[in-house]
Design a binder for this molecule. Structure first.
Ligand code: GCU
Length: 731
């Protein structure tokens, strides 16, 4: 219970001893004077035990008594909005849940209309009172799903307005206001506006019908298809809330290696029940389908996308789905990959396959998320280097996909490795909607055993300049700009992330991995947000605003990706994990297919077009400017050097040390670095709750053991292969 949170630290900001009377006014609309919140302050951080279930939506009591007084002055009661609009009703309920927690009071007063200072009013321009205030103050929001939060004066009363372009905009604005309060950001003159920069902000769950999750490390699926449509708890709703709070507007609920059950008439009512919950939070539901559903479900003799019976089957199925699920987003398709059926089997191109679905979905405003991950037979005729195949396969089809097809491409050309260059498809597909698929679940980045803050990795990719000639002199053609449709125009923009959510108590097995889920949503909304903006907000909302807490946890997160990289795959050398499970080290298989190549001549793969001997010419898939940079070992960015070059072990790197010594230093130092993270977390004892502190300490113990395993295995391997002894000593 939030009311029972024990007081951990009390810091007096004034020399006067000030007795804090716990802020439990039921009369929260009581007007305080300015002087009151400018007087002596009491800072109290809540440290009662928590499981992590509440994520960043804890709404724990604000630490500063003065801030509470001020907040209660400006936002002391909520004007009841139009409850018949379910998304707005969700926003309202979130305020009724959040504000009392933040203020440390039983409940927040509500009113039918503005009658005194301190009103919070929310709605769109279609709500008469809201429209009146907006027009009197010349306010409007025009960007799709955008919002404005502004302090205005109505008949002499201070009023906070949340004006949304749409109902979803109102909900996003509400979550933003709760964030502002939770992070104790100044509210004296509130004037905040924002709108998503990406249209489709998608969470991809890899959940299976039987409750298991492919590449899931946080328990089982949150969907129990045996009991649905009945829901025994609020987990699905809380999942939707959490996603909406970071701006996610689409959730694909099942594995790309799909089963037909999700579109089977017998079970559609179950899927519809989930969609209904999502709908209350402005979220559309998507389904991964199998390309061969017409033959498997409909008993047709073919799945040829140009066959009229097949088209009719999909038309009927889609109509049936929209009937049951009006907020259906569309289909996600993995075709011709890893043994799955696809257009190639019927002599059709992927553009032909995707466009058939596009036509079927278009009347409903649906989209087709077509994956650019084609591994297997269809790609076998292409380059031997698996990293070249995506581009070779799809580039010839550029311009052939319809407007409601989005080609969903993994960030790199291989498969979510600790670091890869950005996939060349993002620069090459000028006339195709290109969406990105990021991996929130840590398949190749340590799973539930290693902390790896992926926001750092994603920012690296988003800031990556593909050096295209887009005519805008001097403006880098970053992946972020491409995804926003600012380099090539796109009818639809999309950022998708493979979910790390399961049914374990804290949703994510590694407590700090919640930051990856949060950060993904924030970046899908605005890929230009900085790592610091995201991280600090997350820490403040998830733990508290104490400076030591914010700095310590942020620093741990910031260093964790590069640390993981240092002991598993430094310098983008490729895939070093076991085929089975993708967690532990396995250096026995090395065939150049994105795996590693280490010998007495050096480390890395010659994926450039200048080396003598064996090379795979991957650089030709990039713009000439970028290719030239990557081809030259002296200008290739160091962090990617082993991806594109077989680098002599004794090459002197920019820090004056040899490549191999740098690698050894990273490997030798890793276990100590993990210990240091644990020590840093221990220093927060008393400043955060014991329960979550204990979970994190245990997580670091596990990571320590794993880093020792990696470090020892890798050092042995490098010594054997390069014939250079490791002389680096641990500190
Ligand atoms: C990887 C992953 C698979 C997944 C596939 C995909 O290969 O290991 O589990 O199905 O990517 O993204 O389709």
């Amino acid at each position: 219970m939030k009311m029972l949170r024990r007081i951990a630290t009390i810091l007096l900001s004034s020399l006067f001893l000030f007795q804090f009377a716990a802020c439990k006014n039921t009369e929260a609309a009581t007007i305080t004077t300015t002087a009151e919140w400018e007087g002596p302050d009491v800072i109290t951080y809540t440290t009662a035990d928590e499981s992590g279930y509440d994520l960043w939506l804890r709404y724990a009591q604000i630490s500063s008594t003065n801030y509470i007084k001020k907040a209660q002055h400006y936002i002391g009661y909520v004007v009841t909005p139009d409850a018949s609009r379910q998304v707005i009703d969700s926003a309202y309920k979130e305020l009724l849940r959040g504000l009392p927690g933040l203020y440390g009071i039983e409940s927040i007063p509500t009113a039918e209309k503005i009658d005194k200072t301190g009103a919070l009013i929310l709605g769109t321009a279609s709500d008469p009172t809201v429209a009146e205030i907006a027009s009197a103050n010349e306010l409007s929001v025009t960007d799709k799903d955008g919002y404005l939060i502004k302090k205005v004066t109505v008949d002499g009363n201070d009023v906070t307005l949340i004006l949304g372009e749409s109902d979803s905009g109102v909900l996003y604005g509400t979550f933003k206001l709760l964030e502002i309060l939770s992070t104790e950001t100044d509210i004296s003159d509130l004037n905040v506006s924002d709108a998503p920069k990406i249209q489709w902000r998608v969470l991809n769950q890899l959940d299976n019908w039987d409750g298991s999750i492919e590449r899931g490390y946080s328990g089982k699926s949150i969907y129990d298809w045996t009991t649905l449509p009945k829901m025994n708890d609020t987990r699905i709703e809380d999942f939707a809330r959490a996603n909406a709070s970071v701006g996610i507007n689409t959730i694909v609920i099942n594995n790309v290696n799909s089963s037909t059950n999700y579109i089977d008439t017998r079970y559609l009512n179950k899927v519809a029940a989930v969609a209904k919950v999502f709908g209350r939070y402005g979220i559309r539901l998507g389904i991964s389908i199998t390309f061969d559903a017409p033959s498997r479900l409909g008993k047709l003799s073919t799945n040829d996308p140009l066959n009229k019976d097949v088209i009719k089957w999909w038309e009927d199925k889609t109509a049936e789905i929209y009937e049951a699920i009006p907020n259906f987003a569309g289909y996600l398709v993995k075709a011709d990959s890893e043994g799955r059926d696809g257009p190639s089997k019927y002599g059709r191109t992927h553009a032909e396959g995707a466009n058939m679905f596009a036509d079927v979905l278009a009347p409903y405003g649906g989209i087709i998320m077509w994956r650019a991950f084609v591994y297997g037979e269809a790609a076998n005729k292409l380059s031997d280097d698996i990293c070249n195949q995506g581009y070779e396969f799809f580039k010839p089809m550029d311009g052939e996909f319809k407007d409601n097809v989005i080609l969903q491409c993994k960030n790199g050309p291989r498969d979510f490795l600790p670091r890869e260059p950005v996939s060349p498809l993002f620069g090459g597909m000028k006339d195709t909607n290109m969406g990105i698929e990021l991996q929130i679940t840590q398949e190749y980045t340590g799973q539930d055993v290693n902390l790896c803050y992926l926001v750092s990795q994603w920012k690296y990719y988003l800031n990556f300049d593909l050096m295209l000639d887009d005519g805008a002199e001097g403006v880098p053609t970053t992946l972020s700009r491409i995804l926003q449709g600012n380099v090539y125009s796109q009818a639809n923009t999309l950022v998708a992330g493979v979910s790390n959510v399961g049914d374990c108590e804290a949703w994510n097995d590694g407590l700090l991995s919640q930051a990856n889920w949060y950060g993904f949503g924030r970046l899908a909304w605005d890929p230009d947000l900085t790592e610091e903006e995201i991280t600090e907000t997350w820490v403040k909302m998830t733990f508290n605003t104490n400076e030591d807490v914010v700095n310590t946890i942020s620093d741990i997160l910031y260093g964790s990706w590069e640390l993981y990289e240092a002991y598993t795959s430094p310098y983008s050398m490729g895939m070093t994990v076991k085929v089975d499970g993708h967690l532990d080290p396995d250096l026995s298989y090395r065939n150049g297919n994105g795996t590693i190549s280490v010998n007495r001549f050096g480390v890395g793969n010659n994926r450039n077009s200048t080396s003598k001997g064996n090379r795979t010419d991957a650089t030709v898939q990039y713009s000439p400017r970028l290719a030239a940079l990557l081809n030259d070992i002296d200008t290739c960015p160091e962090e990617l050097i082993c991806w594109f070059h077989h680098v002599p072990s004794k090459r002197v790197m920019s820090n004056g040390k040899t490549l191999i010594d740098n690698i050894y230093e990273g490997l030798v130092g890793a276990p100590q670095a993990v210990k240091d993270m644990k020590t840093a977390i221990s220093s927060l004892e008393g400043k955060i709750d014991d329960q979550r502190l204990r979970i994190m300490l245990k997580d670091f113990d596990e990571q320590y053991d794993h880093s020792v395993l990696w470090s020892e295995t890798m050092i042995k391997f490098f010594e054997q292969q390069t014939k250079v002894e490791c002389t680096v000593k641990s500190k």
